[in-house]
Design a protein around this ligand. Structure first.
Ligand code: UD1
Ligand code: UDP
Length: 382
């Protein structure tokens, strides 16, 4: 049996959370040689995830600098990948999702005439400006990829609508695989403020907000709505682990500093994040990953964006689009905090994004495609 050399390439926190269980799955398969390359588009936020999953990358491009432009990130990734691919010569490069690392990783593999597998393929808003630049990253990677690992049947349908070439597999999202390893009944947070919170008598609202298209006015409106909510509902505690982007840090501290029940804290390690989510009352976020994790934990989500490429949980009733205007956000959250029935109807655990078997299916699909298995994997949700 010929060994298949599979290189995973990732660089930001969400890619790391969602690729880590796959790296581990590939590494334990006979017949696969797993090689891991990080661009380190994020540094501290990436390393925190690598630590939790015990990963040691084989290559680290170490490209992060504060406030880099999209062109700089892409150019540095491309340049760094040249040497890595020339040395490692993988049979397949796996990229994840929609970041600059994802796009540059796929493009670089293409330049080296190496096959590309796209994990978390087929998500679309059909608006090239939102999320920016992620929507176009996804579209461009879909054109390059040979293997598409779609979390849901709807994602595969999106690729079909575009006439996308290559083979598509419905696998579920690997984030649900990750979630299964992190959430614990009793969990002690390294952050004392989180251990001190009264999760029974207070309502903890977990907040994150970092998207580029929300920079400026939308972020100002979102933050103002959050402060109004904390004032209007004295039994709430807002916990906001603030992304390390200087733009986000500035906005969060300008609008939310100095409130006794708003806790601006550094980014959490992923196990802390998942366990905080499991204990909270409500999630308000513009994150993609949180929209997938919270429904699996039965937590209502208000999405602080105008659109979402993750409609499955909206259809299931656990996620609502709140937009980016202060009044609408305030009103929607107020309703959930004032009407227990409205909250209850959203707080059902559903798993539209996976069953914890996505990594196995992706590894099976690779081994099937490279002739090491007779059958392709069964589909998630079939
Ligand atoms: C990137 C992705 C976005 C993803 C997000 C997840 C692109 C274009 N954007 O956006 O899709 O949702 O990651 O968080 O790829 N920083 C640090 N330390 C860190 C991480 C970031 O200091 O560990 C700071 C740096 O100043 C950096 C800035 O944050 O320049 C922004 O990072 P960048 O990767 O450019 O964009 P994100 O907004 O994080
Ligand atoms: N996350 C984390 N610590 C935090 C915030 C988020 O570990 O302080 C995790 C979260 O649970 C999810 C991923 O990071 O798995 C989402 O990353 P992010 O929101 O930065 O990016 P997006 O999903 O929007 O691309």
């Amino acid at each position: 049996m010929n060994t298949i050399k599979v290189m995973t390439v990732f660089g930001t926190r969400p890619e790391a959370v969602k690729m880590a269980p796959l790296v581990l799955e590939l590494a334990r398969r006979p017949g696969i040689e797993a090689v891991c390359c990080v661009t380190a588009q994020h540094r501290e936020m990436l390393d925190a995830v690598l630590d939790i999953f015990g990963l040691r990358p084989d290559y680290d491009l170490d490209i992060m600098e504060p406030r880099q432009s999209l062109s700089t990130i892409t150019a540095k990734c491309l340049r760094g990948m040249d040497g890595v691919l020339e040395e490692a010569k993988p049979d397949l490069v796996l990229v994840h999702g929609d970041t600059s690392t994802t796009f540059a990783g796929a493009l670089s593999a293409f330049y080296h005439q190496i096959k590309v597998g796209h994990v978390e393929a087929g998500l679309r808003t059909w608006d090239k400006w939102s999320p920016f630049p992620e929507e176009m990253n996804r579209v461009m990677v879909s054109d390059i990829a040979d293997l598409h690992f779609c979390p849901t049947a709807g994602n595969r349908e999106n690729l079909r609508r575009e006439g996308c070439k290559g083979e598509a597999f419905v696998t579920g999202n690997t984030v649900i695989d990750a979630l299964r390893t992190t959430v614990k009944e009793s969990f002690s947070f390294p952050e004392s403020v989180l251990n001190r919170l009264d999760y029974v008598n207070r309502r903890v609202i977990l907040v994150t907000c970092h998207r580029r298209e929300n920079y400026g006015q939308p972020m100002a409106q979102i933050m103002t709505a959050l402060r109004r909510l904390a004032d209007a509902f004295p039994d709430t505690e807002l916990v906001y682990p603030v992304h390390l982007s200087p733009v986000v840090q500035e906005a969060a501290h300008t609008y939310l500093d100095g409130h006794p029940r708003i806790h601006l804290i550094p980014p959490l390690a992923v196990d802390g994040m998942h366990n905080l989510m499991a204990r909270c009352h409500l999630v308000m976020t513009d994150s993609g990953g949180l929209q997938e994790e919270a429904p699996a934990l039965g937590k209502p989500v208000l999405v602080l964006r105008r659109e979402t490429e993750r409609p499955e949980a909206v259809s299931a009733g656990t996620v609502q689009l709140a937009g980016v205007e202060e009044e609408a956000i305030f009103q929607m959250a107020s309703r959930l905090l004032s009407d227990p029935a409205a909250h209850e109807s959203m707080a059902r655990a559903v798993n539209p994004y996976g069953d914890g078997q996505a990594c196995r299916r992706i590894a099976d699909a690779i081994q099937w495609r490279f002739g090491q298995r007779k059958e392709p994997p069964e589909e998630f949700g079939a």
